[in-house]
Design a protein around this ligand. Structure first.
Ligand code: 8YV
Length: 310
């Protein structure tokens, strides 16, 4: 009898094939009631979930044999880690394998917001080139770049930016061994930046830290790029700043209430939007799936986890 595993998010077909071959995979109906829990919950030992999804503590508490939550993603902000420790549940994630793709997307969003690539492409596709040139855009190189969160992804963004000329500075809970200026204070970093990249993990400590004061410090020429989590930003304050042009632009892959994007952002030409696709390449999603599977396999073989969170 194979281990019973509850799958909360879709994975690539190749990953799914391995899951199905090695586990008894269950999915939870959206309206799972007491009957479903009575029939299945008693012997579920593993949960597979996405970084943006996590697992509610109340669900974990209803799975008495749960031993491991394997996240197919790097973020673990949707999981109460203290609760998992209390329930004696291990948690794994998929760091490193997605770093480069997420950093690439951060640069792409900066370029989309500043060079207006979606708009100039529409200009060509809609046959408007023969009649008119598109509006001029803004130079994205040689600027003062600020990075909030100098972890793996922040460092990968900095590496890419080093090819853009200009200067790089960062903030975070502590100074890192990197050759960039450190600002202990987020607002001071924003005031000293033309483009501010958000690459920090989401937590209670980072909720809403990009507030009106930070956005105003970034200012009417400043651009905000967020490839981390929507919760880091006070989203209504961001929308107001963009609509009132107190902020120069934004490139956003993540939002407070995904998949819902504030309607006011949809028509703003100085805003580039993406539907949380930082890690969404075939190569990276395969690597994430494999790392998630490897963690599960090692756990049930009694071996050390490759990328444990808890
Ligand atoms: C994905 C992510 O959206 O890794 C993360 O934390 O947010 C993204 O890679 C997701 O986790 C895929 O399941």
């Amino acid at each position: 009898m194979s281990v019973k595993l509850l799958q909360l998010c879709p994975v690539l077909p190749a990953t799914q094939t391995v899951l199905d071959a090695n586990y008894t995979v269950l999915r939870m109906p959206s309206a799972a009631g007491d009957e479903w829990f009575a029939e299945h919950a008693g012997d579920i030992e593993a949960v597979v979930t996405g970084g943006h999804l996590g697992i509610e503590t109340s669900l974990a508490e209803r799975l008495p044999k749960l031993r491991i939550v394997a996240i197919n993603g790097v973020g673990y902000d949707r999981i109460d880690l203290d609760a998992m420790r209390r329930l004696d549940v291990r948690v794994t994630n998929t760091p490193d394998v997605l770093t480069d793709d997420v950093a690439d997307l951060a640069i792409a969003l900066m370029l989309n917001a500043m060079r207006g690539l979606p708009a100039v492409e529409r200009h060509v596709r809609e046959g408007r080139w023969p009649a008119a040139q598109p509006a001029l855009t803004r130079r994205a190189s040689g600027l003062r770049y600020g990075i909030v969160g100098m972890g793996r992804i922040g460092q990968a963004i900095a590496q890419r930016l080093s090819g853009f000329g200009g200067s790089i500075a960062y903030t975070g809970p502590s100074r890192k061994a990197v050759p960039y200026d450190y600002h202990a204070d987020l607002r001071s970093l924003a005031a000293a930046s033309d483009v501010l990249f958000l690459a920090s993990p989401a937590s209670a400590a980072t909720r809403g830290i990009i507030d009106r004061g930070v956005l105003d410090a970034l200012g009417p020429q400043g651009v905000l790029v967020n490839i981390a989590r929507g919760s880091i930003v006070d989203e209504p304050a961001l929308v107001d700043a963009l609509v009132e042009r107190r902020l120069g632009g934004a490139g956003l892959d993540v939002f407070e209430n995904e998949p819902h994007v504030p309607a006011a952002l949809l028509d703003l030409p100085h805003v580039a939007l993406a539907p949380h696709v930082g890690s969404a390449t075939v190569e990276t999603r395969h690597a994430m799936g494999q790392l998630m599977l490897d963690n599960l396999e090692r756990f049930f073989a009694g071996e050390a986890l490759l990328t444990p969170v808890v």
